[in-house]
Write a protein of this length. Structure first.
Length: 583
């Protein structure tokens, strides 16, 4: 093995790791909605959690990524520790899919159909298709599919390059001597763990071992401990990810580590004891790429068979290693670990945005209730809700900007843009709720009295604004453009009501029926309520426009106000419903 072989080995390894990362990221992006569906079906059932972990990992080709995702879910309160344990076990089996794909490079036969299974026979075709889709595809789905094919082709080319670079080692006795050293179970496990910890991918380290196996110098006795160690090394990523997380998230990472250490300890001990008594002859035989895939899969299945029934004990062990203290830790609303899976991060942002919307709507309704009948407890709730809405806007704004720095599908990109736009409107609604509350406080403190006619008019306006808010909240929560289309006609009615109520109150002031102080409070109330309707219009417009994959809100509002038949019909219905009866 000369200098050029070493350079080829480095280049092949670089392409291999790059191709694996490229393909994994593209698969994750392409399957974003599928991941949401899988994870939304999580139950406490062991089999359901196991299959979920297996399926997700098989899709994104990385048990480390799945486990980091799980740590983020636990930290956010989306998943319990018990659910996480089952998913982690499934992830360990799901990661073996990569080894089976890479084992195709070891195929050798003169049969035409068998030859077609060898990656070198079809990689160039996949690369060509991938380039065409990536460069000429009009949709993000086609581009993502092209990236997957390019990543796979790069991965396989890197694997072939590595195998070719190390082929000369089969004639080097010193290489065989080095590998013989790793047949010592402890050293083999340590070597596998360290290599995997450095590159943070058990799939990649198994691929490197498969490339070395192509020399014919790696035996089963050497490969088995190294593969077992690789399962321990892959835990490093989750352990790093759990730093700064809450206790349950750290417990999830600990479970991953304990699962692999216990599984390795038990099955390595069983293997060594059986080998000592039965003297397995196959341990001295050279292992090929397919053999490594088989060992990798069998070992992970054995670990799962051992630990899945005992998942409750793993949970207790995690609680013992990271005990509870008196302080209560709340789940992190938006965990940055979820940014590793942008589609999931967008979905989580939507959930938190919905919570913010509900908080703001309840604040305004409580404020209207306090305006009609003073309630000290509700007044405190309104101010607390406004602070909570401010907090939501801060964390969501920062989080959504971070999401936008990642590659997103068109659907996720539209969703994040919509959320970034509407959170400001929901925050302002909570501000206006406090404005209504302050008006109610001023009325109470100064003993301001409105006429019966004024109170009746205010009830009509607040009822109209309440329905406007109700339609907006429903449209946003259910992503319903049809409901959203009813908001703008009602907002126009609210605008007219505001002007009518202002004019009527001026007449009452002129007749001496109301005080100047009452006039100031009345004006403040009209402004706050009318602006709530304005923000509802903005939110509903976003829902409608994003359903058509654009954010041209100005064009939408101009269009509906231009006089569409549907808009005019709805406007007239609302105008009749909230009409002021002439004195």
């Amino acid at each position: 093995m000369d200098l050029f072989d070493v350079l080829n080995l480095i280049g092949g390894l670089s392409l291999f790791l790059f191709g694996m990362t490229l393909m994994g990221n593209a698969l994750e992006k392409r399957a974003g909605s599928g991941l949401k569906t899988l994870l939304s079906r999580l139950t406490t059932g062991k089999l359901a959690g196991f299959l979920t972990g297996l399926g997700v990992t098989a899709v994104i080709q990385s048990s480390s990524a799945t486990t980091v995702m799980v740590v983020g879910f636990v930290n956010s309160g989306l998943m319990t520790l018990r659910q996480a344990i089952n998913v982690i076990m499934g992830a360990n089996v799901g990661t073996t899919v990569t080894a089976w794909i890479l084992s195709l490079t070891g195929i050798s036969s003169s049969n035409l159909f068998v030859k077609l299974l060898k990656p070198s026979s079809f990689t160039s075709v996949l690369a060509l298709i991938g380039v065409v889709l990536f460069m000429m595809g009009k949709t993000s789905r086609k581009k993502d599919t092209g990236t997957i094919l390019l990543g796979f082709a790069t991965l396989m080319f890197g694997m072939e390059t590595m195998s070719g670079a190390v082929a000369g080692l089969r004639e080097v006795p010193q290489f065989a001597s080095i590998l013989l050293m790793f047949s010592n179970p402890v050293l083999g496990v340590l070597a596998g763990a360290v290599l995997t910890a450095i590159i943070q991918s058990s799939s990649a380290s198994v691929g490197i071992l498969q490339a070395l196996a192509s020399t014919g110098q790696v035996t089963y006795g050497t490969a088995i401990p190294i593969i077992m160690g690789q399962n321990i090394g892959t835990c490093v990523t989750a352990m790093i990810s759990s730093v700064g997380a809450n206790k349950n998230a750290r417990r999830a990472a600990i479970v991953h580590l304990c699962f692999n250490i216990i599984g390795t300890g038990v099955w390595l001990t069983v293997f060594c004891l059986l080998n000592a008594f039965l003297k397995f002859s196959f341990t001295a035989n050279p292992v090929d790429q397919l053999g490594i895939a088989v060992v990798h899969t069998v070992f992970n299945l054995l670990c799962t068979a051992l630990m899945l029934p005992a998942s409750g004990l793993l949970e207790k062990l995690a609680y013992h290693l990271i005990p509870d203290r008196k302080t209560v830790e709340l789940p992190t609303e938006l965990d940055e670990r979820l940014l590793a899976t942008p589609s999931i991060a967008v979905e989580r942002s939507k959930v938190v945005s919905e919570a913010m919307a509900t908080v703001s709507a309840h604040a305004l309704r409580d404020a209207v209730s306090v305006l009609r009948s003073w309630d000290k407890d509700k007044a405190e709730k309104i101010r607390a809700a406004e602070n909570q809405a401010d907090h939501y806007e801060d964390i969501l704004g920062t989080y959504l900007v971070k999401i936008s720095a990642h590659e997103l599908s068109d659907r996720d990109s539209n969703e994040s843009a919509k959320l970034l736009r509407v959170i400001g409107d929901f925050e302002r609604i909570s501000d206006h709720a406090v404005g209504v509350l302050e008006a109610a406080e001023e009325i109470r403190e100064k003993g301001i009295r409105f006429t019966e006619e004024a109170r009746r008019e205010m009830r009509i306006l607040t009822d109209a604004v309440d329905e406007c808010l109700d339609l907006t909240l429903s449209a946003f929560l259910h992503d319903d453009p049809a409901t959203a289309s009813r908001v703008e006609p009602l907002e126009q009615v609210v605008d007219q009501l505001k002007e009518q109520l202002r004019s009527r109150h001026i007449l009452r002031l002129q007749r001496g029926e109301c005080s100047i102080e009452a006039g100031f409070v009345w004006s403040d109330l009209l402004t706050d309520l009318e602006r709530v309707a304005d923000h509802c219009s903005n939110i509903a417009g976003c829902v409608i426009e994003m359903s058509h994959a654009s954010l041209d809100l100005h064009a939408y509002l101009s269009g509906v106000k231009a006089g569409s038949r549907s808009f005019l019909d709805q406007y007239q219905n609302f105008a009749r419903k909230y009409a002021l009866v002439e004195e």
